[in-house]
Design a protein around this ligand. Structure first.
Ligand code: PGA
Ligand code: ZN
Length: 432
């Protein structure tokens, strides 16, 4: 039986240069599993708690030495001798030891790194890849990658109000071809921006930060780059947008600074509808703030059969919030970010609940990333057909895409690229 011998956590840096944890699990026979935890900047109000030291003398308060100590002390002692390949039992133990609904005591950054490191060690012990360990023998669907090629909001100071503009190669025949489409368009877009005098600064997820004069202008630039690169906008390559509307919510209204507009919830829905009328947008994430459940329900009713409406900050990968979304018919896709909830089991539960009700699921990175590629395996494990991991540049982003290339190669003939079938907008949410 594969038993846990030791746990060891260290403080490392994420892609923004802020501390995070890396955890190594060693089994009694010497097999190891290593994992690290990413970190968000535009976080949902109800995400599990990322434990930071708040000691201003180190890393401007962002150190994670307490979370590291929680792993090396309490968790190492409690998990010693536990079976590593019963993920549900291990994660239940992590929850029990934490004792809070938000992992506030141990830190979700600590629990997630431990949970994922254990899954890796177990997969290693059984000589199977992580996607098969997490998903079972039917895991074979390569997700459509959504490349966040223009960054704004909390990921790019001075950029657009809208946080993410993504290109989505739905018409590619394979994942590797999708990656090529994405890389080519990314570079053509760079040339277009230079030719317009828009500079070449880059945001946290590797996307450009052009000095546009409206939020909508970016969409015209994307259309141009897609066509210039030789692809048909809408059929080969579609567009996704993540406004991350929490960031521009002011009181009861939404303030689009770049457009000099202040809008109500209903007016903002009309604003997005205009975009859907003019551009091939197939995915719209957090178009409203995360307390605007009524707005989400109204929008899903009116637009849910036209576009994928994704709950990120709204659902925070939390089974309870996703259940509420199902009851109130909010959104038709759930974003899946393991560190929003803090264990792999709860992440898998969140996705299962969403998929069962007829939602799509999109696995996602965070704006502060590490070289950990666990989300690539998770996307294949879920057969959910969608992943967003940033631009096709920067080590921490391409690590995920390169891992998917590796999985595609490993699966060979049995690999299936999700393509446009991953996007089936619906208002038929099943609240059974
Ligand atoms: P975050 O943003 O990782 O900074 O929270 C990503 C997103 O909003 O999807
Ligand atoms: Zn988001």
């Amino acid at each position: 039986m594969p038993l846990i011998e030791s746990l060891h956590a260290r403080e490392i840096l994420d892609s923004r240069g802020n501390p995070t944890l890396e955890v190594k699990v060693t089994l009694s026979g010497g097999v190891t599993g290593i994992a690290s935890c990413p970190s968000g900047a535009s976080t949902g109000t109800f995400e599990a708690r990322e434990l930071r030291d708040d000691d201003a003398s180190r890393y401007r308060g962002k150190g994670v030495l307490h979370a590291v100590a929680n792993v090396n002390g309490r968790l190492a002692a409690s998990l010693h001798g536990q079976r590593v390949d019963n993920q549900r039992e291990l994660d239940a133990l992590l929850n029990f030891l934490d004792g809070t609904p938000t992992k506030a005591h141990l830190g979700a950054n600590a629990t997630l790194a431990v949970s994922l490191a254990c899954a890796r060690a177990a997969a290693q012990y059984h000589h199977i890849p992580l996607y098969l360990y997490l998903g079972g023998s039917n895991a074979h669907v390569l997700p459509v990658p959504m490349f966040n090629v223009v960054n704004g909001g909390a990921h790019a100071k001075g950029g657009t109000d809208v946080q993410e503009y993504k290109i989505i190669p739905i018409g590619a025949p394979t994942f590797s071809e999708a990656l090529r489409y994405g890389s080519e368009i990314y570079h053509v877009l760079g040339d277009v921006l230079i030719s317009r005098g828009y500079g070449s600064s880059i945001g946290d997820e590797g996307g450009y930060v052009p000095g546009v004069t409206s939020n909508e202008e970016v969409l015209t630039l994307l259309m141009e780059a897609i066509e210039l690169a030789g692809y048909a906008a809408g059929t080969d390559v579609a567009i996704g947008v993540d406004p991350a509307a929490n960031a521009f919510r002011h009181g009861e209204e939404y303030l689009l600074r770049l457009d000099s507009q202040t809008l109500s919830s209903e007016e903002l829905i009309s604003y997005w509808t205009g975009w859907l009328d003019r551009y091939p947008i197939i995915s719209l994430e957090d178009p409203l703030a995360d307390d605007d459940w009524a707005g989400f329900a109204s929008m899903t009713k009116s637009l849910g059969d036209r576009v994928q409406i994704v709950g990120d900050d709204l659902f925070v990968t939390n089974p309870a919030f996703i259940r509420r979304g199902i009851e109130e018919k909010c959104c038709n896709c759930a974003l899946i970010k393991p560190n929003q909830i803090g264990t792999m089991t709860e992440t898998l539960d969140a996705a299962a609940i969403a998929l069962h009700a007829g939602y799509a699921c999109m696995v996602s990175h965070r704006s502060g990333e590490t070289l950990d590629t666990g989300i690539a395996d998770l996307a294949v494990a879920l057969n959910c057909g969608q992943i967003k991991a940033g631009s096709p540049i920067r080590g921490e982003r391409v690590a995920k895409y390169n891992r998917l290339l590796e999985i595609e190669h490993e699966l060979g003939e049995t690999a299936k690229y999700a393509g446009s079938s991953a996007f089936r907008p619906t208002t038929e949410i099943d609240a059974r």
